[in-house]
Design a protein. Structure first.
Length: 202
């Protein structure tokens, strides 16, 4: 059975960057619904005992088109939000360190360049979707964006997400309305780079 990531902070802990009401709805309603729907569909597909990573990378094995689409959407929503909520923390951590910082410098020039490029992808994602920082098996870093609840796993890129920006309107609209750029800028203040670094090393 798939379970939502357990938060070690309260819904109000990310103020003023992410507001209490958005956290309550985002985690308590949207993410909860993706999780519940995923569990129902995984049982139907006899995939309930698989890891979410194996399920998403193996979607093409599911011959029932509606079932495959449901698992792609709800499985992606589950996986994406687990990463999103895992990577944020009250106060954040200022910037990457160690091998992740070195690889960011090698790949993008410096941390500010990464922030600008990833923010631009998130800002220019048309409609609902995500922006990603991912790693390849050789440690290389890549940035990308995806529609809806797709991610680098479900798209079979071979890359493992280590950080993400949710640009579905439910992630920001209650506080920021149509000002997506303001939300993206604020989100950088609560990214826990210790977590992201651990995912890079993992």
């Amino acid at each position: 059975m798939f379970e939502q990531i357990k938060l070690d902070y309260g819904f109000d802990a990310l103020e003023p960057y992410i507001d209490t009401e958005t956290m309550a709805v985002h985690y308590g309603k949207h993410h909860a619904a993706y999780t519940a729907n995923l569990n129902k569909l995984a049982e139907q597909a006899e995939k309930a005992d698989e890891s979410i990573e194996d399920l998403l990378t193996g979607l093409n094995e599911i011959t029932d088109t509606d079932l495959r689409t449901g698992l792609r959407n709800n499985g992606g929503g589950y996986y994406n939000h687990n990463l999103y909520f895992k990577q944020i923390t009250p106060g954040g951590s200022s910037e990457p360190a160690g091998s992740l910082a070195s690889k960011i410098n090698d790949s993008f020039g410096d941390f500010e360049s990464l922030k600008n490029k990833l923010s631009s992808l998130a800002m220019n994602q048309f409609g609902s979707g995500w922006a990603w920082l991912s790693k390849a098996s050789d440690g290389s870093l890549f940035i990308s964006k995806t529609d809806n609840q797709d991610n680098p796993l479900s798209l079979h890129t071979g890359h493992i997400p280590i950080m993400c920006i949710d640009v579905w309107e439910h992630a920001y609209y209650l506080k920021y309305k149509n000002l997506r750029a303001s939300y993206i800028e604020a989100l950088w203040n609560v990214i826990n780079w210790n977590i992201v670094g651990a995912l890079y090393e993992g």
